[in-house]
Write a protein that binds this ligand. Sequence first.
Ligand SMILES: C[S@@+](CC[C@H](N)C(=O)[O-])C[C@H]1O[C@@H](n2cnc3c(N)ncnc32)[C@H](O)[C@@H]1O
Ligand SMILES: [Zn+2]
Length: 552
Amino acid sequence: MVCQLMKKKTEHLKLILRKAFLLRNFRPILSFCSAMSIEVEEIVEEAKTLTIIQEGKAKVGFHGPVFYNPVQEFNRDLTVTVLRQFAADRVEDAKSKEESPNEPPQKRKKVDEKSDGSIRILDALSASGLRALRFALEVPFVDKVTANDFSDNAVESIKENIKLNGVEDKVNVMFGDAIMTMMHHRGLDKRFHAVDLDPYGSASVFLDSAVQCVADRGILMVTCTDMAVLCGNTPESCYNKYDAVTTRVKCCHEVALRILLRSIESHANRYTRYIEPLVSISIDFYVRVFVRVHTGAKKAKDSGSKVGTALVCSGCHSMEIVPMLRKIIDGNSVKFSTPVLKHSMTGADDKCVHCGNSIHQIGPMYLDPIHSKPFVSSLLQRLNSTPAEERLGTHSRLLGVLTTVNEELEVPLYYEHDQLANVVKISVPKAVNIRSAILNAGYKVSGSHCNPRALKTDAPLTFLWDLYRQVAKDTNVDREKRLDPLSAGYRILGHEIKNTVDFKLNSQAVSQAKKENLVRFQCNKGKNWGPRQKAKGSINSTQAGFQVSEVK
Ligand SMILES: C[S@@+](CC[C@H](N)C(=O)[O-])C[C@H]1O[C@@H](n2cnc3c(N)ncnc32)[C@H](O)[C@@H]1O
Ligand SMILES: [Zn+2]
């Protein structure tokens, strides 16, 4: 009995101490314990593990081992910026609907509880609750944020952090498997307007339930950190997770984004839904996509023509895009047809027409634009008009990355500007010269936020290879002396130049982001850079209890 009482007392003291640590006001309690000869060492040691960090407007402490990665501040800042824009757009929409007498009011009531356009957000894999708290404190027009996790420690931390930030009225906690929580919110009146998935590794297991619990025109925000899988190290795992295969091509980071987008679209299609990518970022050690989810059987049928595969040559790295379906519009009639097996880069012997090597097929992947330029422009306007004292921690990087994103051509995939030069063994020309030659020939060119050396263009390969042949000719490269007769480069230099190539400097050849010297790519990665290990004591979803409960 005495023992039990002591245990209860110690537990109670632990709780008080933890709170005291969170409020940085533990001295009076320690003095009290020592005056009463209460053993506090162990309690203090545990309480000491509680540190409080501040990010944006939120403060968080950690109850035991709970996941937190400071390097992902950019990810969270970007999410806050996107949500601010998304929420503002919805309120504008709600206002214009209010003014429009033709809008059937009942239909809207079914999906939205609030006619003022305020939003409900789910932070499905919340850990310390940091995102949920930042959404509640930093995003306007938020009705409620739900922070969900299946770890005891995480849920305890979230509860304490809600109190620490005084957002009890805005943030509620759910203890449960994220999949179950999302499935419980499939009903039209329960859906969230924004869902954030930020898992350990791949988000693939959460996609099916996520696309079901997002409201029509709601936003789904997905992080995946399993870049080795998405970038082609293990095509068999990529197939298992994303129903797609890939290999280690230079543009693997954009391929990763497109494989993830295709996978989300495919899950959405099962429920007569489809996606509209708003921003898709490959950065540091992860990919992060923001997509609007729409409902509509007719438009969902277009999806087959929005996805496809890419042919990639193993010798010269040439690539060609092959859509899954062709959409044929003839007056009022719309038909879909499977593609004819005829590719411009495949010769009669199924080898690459440019260099004679084998061709591989990767995908399927999303082929339509991966960003909405109007949305990205509104994000940039928002950032540029933010007063200095209100800027987010990673403001300059946000500006740099989004400016580069805004300049990206809406053409799938890219080469590296030195990659093609290396095939034909010439000294690598300056990127600005290559870009000028492409522009002077009437084609478009841009970089990519995915890779500082990216060369994105709509120029056909026949022109691109002529460009490099011209450099070889101008710099007197002797293919007989410099290249192995069996190599890809030897064969490519063996073809005659058919296009006029003009390297005169073109004023459009330097990107705006570069001109303004914006932070586009982080070079100094610092200590502890990379994905973090799972928090100690984490369980996986097969071990998780399958009930979901709201925590009071
Ligand atoms: C990478 S952390 C989230 C980090 C957090 N979003 C942030 O920005 O700091 C992943 C979290 O998901 C939780 N988790 C993993 N699988 C889960 C599942 N199936 N259901 C609920 N929570 C899960 C883990 O306990 C962990 O706290
Ligand atoms: Zn080739």
